[in-house]
Design a protein around this ligand. Sequence first.
Ligand code: M6R
Length: 607
Amino acid sequence: MCGIIGFTGQTEAANILVEGLQQLEYRGYDSAGIALNDENGTKVIKTAGKVAMLREKVDQASDASGTCGIGHTRWATHGGVTTANAHPHVSNNITLIHNGIIENYKEIAASLAVKGYKAISETDTEVAAMLIDSLYSGDPFETMKEANKILEGAYGFCIMFKDHPGEIYCMRNSSPLVATVTEDGAYIASDMVALLQYSKDYFVVPEDHIVVMKKSGIELFDIETKEKETPKMLHVDWDTTAAQKGGYDYFMQKEIYDQPEALTNTVAPRLHNGHVDFSADGISDELFQGVNRVIVCACGTAMHAGLVGRNIIEAMIRIPVTVELASEFRYMNPILDEHTLVVIVSQSGETADSLAALRLANERGAKTLSIVNVKGSSIARESDHVLYTHAGPEIAVASTKAFSVQCAGFYLITLKLAEIKGLMTDEEQADFCEQFEKAIGTVEEVLKQDDYIKTISEKIKDTFSAFYLGRGLDFGLASEGSLKLKEISYVNSEAYNAGELKHGTISLVTEGVPIIAVATQSSVLPKLMANVEETKARGAHVIMVTDKDMTGYEGAFDDLIQVPEVDDRFGTFGVTAALQILAYHVTVFRGYDVDQPRNLAKSVTVE
Ligand code: M6R
């Protein structure tokens, strides 16, 4: 949520800032701005609209020179999409950008009004700028420390003080910040993708810390003790092309095509001689011993991966699994103990609701394991153990490859639990590995059907609504397929457990309404097809997406997306790729921005 970048060094800052914002635009794209601060004063250039519009304004500006600056791309929380509400915000001595939400901004604004402060914008961020200005004593560190005591909510700030030209002061309580230093200067951003072209080595600013960026380098301090700390450096093995479109029309399309590699990178290093091996992840067997129950907590797509996980764990090893929306979990007063394994799933590792769920699980003594894509992210750092997925950066707002690798993570966990609990023989484990790898291999084949799936997408492109059906594991896949379609194409799409449709929702099925039926589970295929027939009888346009042989069911559907057949346990991967391609093409036909759907942002760091 909101992209942040800061630079101070030897080279011109404006271009670095705007390029960084372009990389970060997926975090928010309703307005953007930069500010430069040097001996000649502070210059702010900002605009409502996307970073491309900011680029134009910067190019046309009479003076956008300076070697120290901050930049921001916004996802609106408080106040509409206007230039006045865009960051940076200025209050006398202070120019700042912010990621997060200041919860007590109304009280602070009221107390500052008495001192004569009057906001220009409707944002919580401008109130933070006014507060910091009102506290400013000439010592940036002390001022920030004071502000930290007053501000409630979530924040990552980059602040420039007019009388400290060439310097940037950053403060984090929860919203993410990463930083690096090269011979050209010091960089900070909300996300490593903005810094990739400068360095692959970086550190995550820990919570409740201050970073001081000067032309001479970066220093990290504990906000309370003021003690200077040595940053813990991390290395990212993504190359710069990983965060570029690489010839594809959209990031989403590229990321769909990245899946064979992402799956191989996530799975292959962990399968050895017919067994799963987590030793390189530092995940000890002890984590799984004594576990009698699993709770998956996540949001959106990651929650759907949990639905798949639940079906495979329960079906294969008979350990009860519940899947909870992270945004609900912390308010449910959940019953947790040391025999409960709470699995947090998150691509970004920064989703505020998932992080809050993790903290609650830790507090209540559950064992915690996270499935995370971004190294060093908050969820990864606060979990007992992390199973990193190796999908590389995911830029499109609609999650694709991250979902596939999260599901793969659940297959790996299932196999480990089965081994530790003695629920599978060596032969069964070896067979599991073989079928798993075979299923991953089919994704490449599904990608070859892109043009064919496009022709089916064209048939449903003008629909107002659509329904996805599935039973058991397939309901998880249908849920994810439906979310993909709705979030980017704005088709009013819902997923249903196939047997449930006739208990109400079938009243919405009329002539031509698309029904996308997912079938990877042989045991429930006849039942699913009976439900599909019920919709066909009411005029639905049925699209079957399946790896199973449909002989005998020919009259029940209008279109068939046939993916290579795999063992029933592993139908996840091929069908998922097909559903993603379908959603992608419907959106392109409808003429929408695939990568940046309205109202959304990639990483939801507010609750
Ligand atoms: O970074 P996370 O995996 O925690 O994000 C969770 C959801 O916000 C995310 O999956 C969201 O639903 C995507 N837009 C779905 O495509």
